[in-house]
Design a protein around this ligand. Structure first.
Ligand code: UD1
Length: 430
């Protein structure tokens, strides 16, 4: 099992390039199989979740050709099987996007029901409600969702809560239904807009993505497209908060600054300087940061995927902060690990009350999930001494070359797989 070993204390300084958004790439790869012509996807992040999904579409018969590390050609004309194996959904929940894609194109799909996961219970009732509204029969049998339709027709879908996954899944299926679908209370995240743009580039007719009403006119077939994935706002945000936690000065490049505004606002509020450029933001933290309150919300609110990262920064800021998690119930698992590094945090229900401490000390900790794991690495970078992070496979699901990018910013971090390598690192850093 691999681990990260970190010697903390260096301010992160320099430039870092952000890759394509994992949460846009996953539905876009799924949607790419909806045409029988070849789709070229560029700026794909080379992360585990993306690679597993590419394998999953190959397994149902699609052709996948790697052009380079970030470019892939997909051809869905050879798909012979509309049922996805449990092995894939177990590794990556978002393979449920194949439901919407297969249902749209072939009017049938079978995907195992995803279970719960580390950040809490994650029902998909809204996805299924949407599929039913546009004419699919959906049943759950032997652990799988089986969706079929003789005829899919446009409809009016009102989501009970703002859901990224449901918005995208329904949008994909409806883009090949007969007539007009309206999704109300839709999610407005940049990755929802990116998927709509990609579908439109293949010939779909989708309007309003990025607002809470999306209008879709179904078309019969899609055609070839070449599309570049939007920059990852969560990867970008993670480096912005890493700069803040280590009192650094980091230029985060290849981003859309507008997508980062909720994070930028919080960083400025607690005392960082944030400078915006056309496609970059620079974060400078030159003094001790101060307390604030933050509540996670759907976009354009403060993202739940950035909650652990701000938690780590506030645990080092002066004063008492309150962090409220309103999207997923189980996103404070990192707090116990952080306590082992000296943080003072009390969790009550969906709220964490954080009393800032002057510094963390390195410890052996483990990564509870993807974003919490990344946040704990940031904590290790800010801590005095050595930190070892276990279970980093979660982090590799969503961050390309995390340790390499951090090293270019001056971090002392290495991926190790044995006690011998740990000793070697310790000897080297002294
Ligand atoms: C996506 C992101 C995840 C991010 C989340 C919120 C991907 C692969 N994952 O997850 O990183 O944290 O958006 O920005 O893109 N809900 C229901 N029923 C449903 C669907 C959702 O009750 O049918 C609830 C969820 O439990 C949650 C809330 O709605 O409380 C929002 O979930 P949703 O936006 O759907 O998250 P995901 O798409 O799963």
């Amino acid at each position: 099992m691999e681990q990260y070993i970190i010697k903390g204390g260096n301010p992160l300084v320099g430039e870092v390039e952000i890759g394509g958004a994992k949460n846009a790439a996953l539905p876009i790869i799924s949607a790419a199989i909806m045409t029988d012509e070849t789709v070229t996807l560029e700026n794909l992040p080379d992360v585990n979740d993306v690679n597993v999904l590419l394998e999953a579409i190959e397994r149902i018969g699609a052709q996948v050709e790697r052009v380079d590390r970030h470019t892939v050609k997909i051809n869905g004309s050879t798909i012979g099987d509309c049922s996805v194996e449990y092995e894939f959904i177990k590794k990556i929940r978002a393979s449920y996007y194949l439901l919407g894609a297969l249902l749209g194109k072939y009017k049938r799909a079978e995907v195992p029901l995803p279970g719960g996961c580390n950040i809490g219970s994650r029902p998909i009732d809204q996805h299924l409600k949407g599929f039913r509204a546009i004419g699919a029969k959906v049943e759950i049998s032997h652990g799988s969702i089986i969706a079929r339709a003789d005829h899919m027709r446009g409809s009016h879908v009102f989501l009970d809560m703002v859901s990224v996954g449901a918005t995208i899944n329904i949008m994909m299926a409806a883009s090949m239904a007969d007539g007009r679908t309206i999704i109300e209370n839709a999610a407005k995240e940049p990755h929802v807009v990116d998927v709509a743009n990609f579908l439109n580039s293949m010939g779909a007719d989708i309007k309003g993505a990025g607002t809470d009403v999306i209008r879709i006119r179904g078309v019969e077939r899609f055609h070839r497209s070449t599309y570049s994935i939007v920059p990852d706002m969560i990867e970008a945000g993670t480096y912005m908060f890493a700069a803040a936690a280590t009192k650094g000065d980091v230029m985060v490049k290849n981003v859309i600054p507008k997508h980062l505004e909720a994070m930028t606002a919080k960083l400025e509020e607690i005392g960082c300087e944030v400078e915006e450029f056309d496609d970059a933001v620079r974060v400078v933290a030159s003094k001790r940061l101060t307390r604030t309150h933050v509540k996670t919300q759907p976009y354009p609110g403060y993202p739940t995927d950035m909650q652990p990262q701000i938690g780590v920064v506030l645990a080092l800021a002066s004063g008492t902060s309150i962090v409220t998690e309103s999207i997923f119930e189980n996103r404070f698992k990192y707090v116990d690990e952080l306590a082992r590094m000296g943080a003072s945090v009390k969790v009550e229900g969906n709220t964490a009350i954080i009393d800032g401490v002057a510094g963390f000390t390195g410890a052996r900790i483990s990564s509870p999930d993807l974003r919490a794991g990344a946040a704990l690495v940031v904590a290790g970078l800010a801590a005095e001494g050595i930190t070892i992070v276990d279970d980093i496979v979660y982090i590799q699901r969503g961050y390309e070359d995390f340790e390499g990018k951090l090293r270019t910013l001056g971090a002392e971090i290495e991926r190790v797989a044995s006690e011998k390598e740990i000793q070697k690192f310790k000897l080297r850093v002294g």
